[in-house]
Design a protein around this ligand. Structure first.
Ligand code: DQA
Length: 148
């Protein structure tokens, strides 16, 4: 039986290009393949997930607002907005849904401007550097948190 837990998986800008985009940094796995992996993990964990990608900050903010009524937690890779978006941070703080931040690459071994995350202080945790596994580990951690 499916539990009541529902997770919104949000992918930020340029993540629709995964597979093509800088494969030396982000790997060859496409976004559709990541979503499929997460859907199959969610099925095994008996939770519901909804996956959404946008290149637009406002659309991500709207999705976070709408999540309040529909979901129990958020798994987010904010992409470049990680390092720039007070609006996404404020939206997450505003809805108060447990949020896990994930990154395919290890943002701390890359350019200095990627070392700061506006999202980390409003997330329950962050996973960075494990490729598609960052999402899978993040989903597992979020679900464990929600079940506690
Ligand atoms: C990213 C890291 C960000 O710095 C970058 O802007 C991205 C992807 C990652 O998943 O490694 O778009 O969030």
């Amino acid at each position: 039986m499916l539990s009541e837990i529902s997770v919104l998986v949000l992918h930020g800008p340029n993540l629709n290009l995964l597979g093509l985009r800088e494969p030396n940094v982000y790997g060859k796995t496409t976004l559709a393949q990541i979503d499929d992996l997460l859907r199959s993990d969610a099925e095994k964990l008996q939770v519901k997930i909804v996956c959404l990608q946008s290149n637009h900050e406002g659309a991500l903010v709207d999705a976070i607002h709408n999540a309040r009524a529909l979901h129990s937690g958020i798994l987010i890779n904010p992409g470049a907005y990680t390092h720039t978006s007070v609006a996404i941070r404020d939206a997450l703080a505003g809805v108060m849904l447990p949020t896990v931040e994930v990154h395919l690459s290890n943002i701390y071994t890359r350019e200095e401007f990627r070392h700061h995350s506006y999202i980390a202080p409003v997330a329950i945790g962050q996973i960075s550097g494990f490729g598609a596994d960052s999402y899978r580990l993040g989903l597992q951690a979020l679900i464990n948190y929600l079940k506690r």
